[in-house]
Ligand binder design. Structure first.
Ligand code: M6R
Length: 595
């Protein structure tokens, strides 16, 4: 989390940095700051709050080199003082990551006479640079980074160097070149409008950018080379195009996300890659799927249908849990890491651990140049396009489509071509779900409820979890997602007239069972609503429901792609009704690159 940016050789650095910070703001919006170098002097401005709070102050700055930061607070509350850049002794630094040994470094530096002005872990970096600087910038940077433990992407400004330095360790940084100008940023879309060519720094690399030239070395100081290539089309930034928010724009892009994901799967010959990998191992003996948040929910849906279709043990686990327990992955395991960004720290590290345990690691990601793709044995692309809204929507649907194709490839025979055909049908079913469902009344009901519970059985359970996460994160209405049978084992104690329970039913066989759970809610004075595939819910249930929404029915493993849509729309409208910003919910950031 946190977005960092650097530039040199531009006409007005502050203008470039401010614009770049707007593009990076999805990574954190607790505070923002810019530092520029002008006539051998560093001037920094920083402010608590969104990037636009910085506009006036940024307009007063110029300079041809500078660095910028947009923050998601880890150490130290959001405030002007804790905002980056941190400036000291002729250096200014912006940081994305966590310096795990900051407390001991801070103690050492204070004992040596350094004065700190923030509560952040990051500030130690600028003090280390000033401590080690003896007239040689490279030596100072090497000495400083060798003292750091944790994860860090840094951009550094030095008053005696017309340019910037970028450092990468465990957190992303990309460098770019365009004409005489050089850039660095946490991600590609922030560079897309500026640079003509880009290169992704590898772990343990440092870039020195000055005077139209860029050179690289490792943490031992040995020179390294990096190849620049044109900015990939997938990295193009997104615009609202007339929609009031990215969330609703991105929900409307679901049919295209599914279509493009199917095309990418065939274009990249994923079927052959997966079936070859399986054949080489005499078939995978188990499948482990990992992800966080929404990506975990698509992984969980895939675990349900993988067992169904393949008949091998398949389970999903949150990446943060998988990392810290004795790994069950082994040489016969297919480990599927699911991540929109491909840079979620827990998912990246879980994939690393699975690879070390001998598993075949498959990355399912929306970002082709991400850290996850560097670790994986093979990559299955999700082609949802840039997702700006912090709440994941179209990427979830793309992930479920990609995962269905992975499982169908493993099954082989006629299952794979049939899955492709089914997915073609899904596009129009998604479009119908987006346009047909009457979510307004549903959103009003959610907005006025003290809690909203989502329940479902089988494949509907992961969707219930996702519906609940979506509503909570953008509207702040509390609630939970539950297997329909579990509510009565405790949570039913919370049910009263103020709460609403939404029952998900896309499998006719399970309709009556879920209807019984709803009866138990009515018996306790609770209110209930239904989201179902047409013809799957008992008529009596629909007659009594506070509202019901029907979506087109489809093959069970693909039903999450369609049935999630009304839940996403309800979350969006509830947020709007309650006056929340659905694109940038409080306390969140889109990319969680810290543990
Ligand atoms: O980039 P990733 O898919 O790895 O991100 C994982 C989660 O942080 C993400 O899905 C998060 O839960 C979203 N805010 C959900 O809308």
């Amino acid at each position: 989390m946190c977005g960092i940016i650097g530039c040199t050789g531009v006409k007005c650095a502050s203008e470039i940095l401010y614009k770049g910070l707007e593009d990076l703001e999805y990574r954190g919006y607790d505070s923002a700051g810019i530092a520029v170098l002008e006539g051998g002097r560093i001037t920094a401005v920083k402010k608590k709050g969104r990037v636009y709070a910085l506009k006036r102050a940024a307009e007063q700055l110029c300079g041809t080199s500078g660095i910028g930061h947009t923050r998601w607070a880890t150490h130290g509350r959001p405030s002007d003082e804790n905002a980056h850049p941190h400036t000291y002794g002729g250096f200014s630094v912006v940081h994305n990551g966590i310096i795990e040994n900051y407390a001991e470094l801070k103690e050492e530096l204070i004992a040596e006479g350094h004065t700190f002005s923030s509560q952040t872990d990051s500030e130690v970096v600028v003090h280390l640079l000033s401590k080690y600087y003896r007239g040689d910038l490279k030596e100072a940077v090497l000495a400083a980074v060798r003292r750091l433990k944790g994860a860090f992407a840094l951009c550094i400004l030095c008053s005696r160097y017309e340019g910037f330095v970028a450092v990468k360790y465990r957190n992303p940084i990309i460098v770019g070149a365009g004409g005489e100008a050089l850039y660095a940023a946490s991600d590609m879309p922030a560079l897309a409008g500026l640079a003509e060519s880009v290169a992704v720094l590898r772990d343990g690399q440092i870039a020195f950018a000055s005077d139209g030239k860029i050179s690289f070395c490792n943490f031992s100081g040995e020179p390294e080379s990096l190849t620049f290539s044109p900015v990939p089309a997938a990295a193009r930034g997104a615009r609202l195009c007339g929609f009031p928010h990215y969330m609703i724009k991105e929900i409307n892009e679901i049919p295209a996300a599914v279509k493009n994901t199917v095309h990418a799967f065939t274009d990249d010959k994923c079927f052959s890659v997966i079936s070859r990998a399986a054949k080489k191992r005499g078939g995978f003996k188990d499948i482990l799927l990992c992800g966080c948040g929404t990506a975990y929910h698509s992984a969980l849906a895939a675990a349900y249908f993988a067992e169904d279709i393949l008949g091998v043990p398949a389970r999903a686990e949150t990446a943060g849990e998988f990392r810290y327990r004795k790994s069950a992955a082994g040489a016969g395991t297919l480990f599927v890491a699911v991540s929109q960004s491909g840079e979620t720290a827990d998912t990246v590290e879980a994939a690393r651990a699975a690879k070390e345990a001998g598993a075949f690691v498959l990355a399912v990601t929306n970002v082709p140049y991400s850290a996850l793709t560097g670790i994986a044995d093979a990559v299955v692309p999700v082609r949802a396009g840039t997702e700006v809204c912090v709440a994941a929507t179209k990427s979830y649907c793309g992930q479920v489509a990609a995962l269905a194709l992975v499982i169908a490839s493993l099954k082989g025979g006629s299952v794979y071509p049939r899955m492709i055909e089914e997915l073609k049908d899904i596009e129009s079913k998604c479009a119908a779900a987006i346009s047909d469902c009457g979510v307004e009344a549903a959103a009003r009901a959610c907005a006025s409820s003290s809690g909203v519970y989502f329940i479902g059985r089988g494949i509907d359970y992961p969707v219930a979890l996702e519906g609940s996460l979506k509503l909570k994160e953008v509207s702040y209405v509390p609630g939970e997602g539950y297997p329909a049978g579990e509510l009565k084992h405790g949570t039913i104690a919370l049910i009263d007239g103020g709460t609403l329970t939404v029952a998900m039913i896309t499998d006719r066989k399970l309709g009556e069972k879920t209807a019984s759970a709803v009866e138990q809610i009515y018996s306790r004075g609770g209110r209930a609503a239904v989201v179902c595939a047409s013809g799957c819910a008992p008529k009596t249930l629909l007659e009594r429901a506070e509202f019901f929404i029907e979506v087109p029915s489809c093959k069970s493993c693909l039903s999450p792609i369609v049935s999630v849509i009304p839940l996403q729309l309800i979350a969006y409208r509830t947020a709007v009704i309650l006056g929340r910003d659905p694109d940038k919910p409080r306390n969140l950031a889109k990319s969680v690159t810290v543990e």
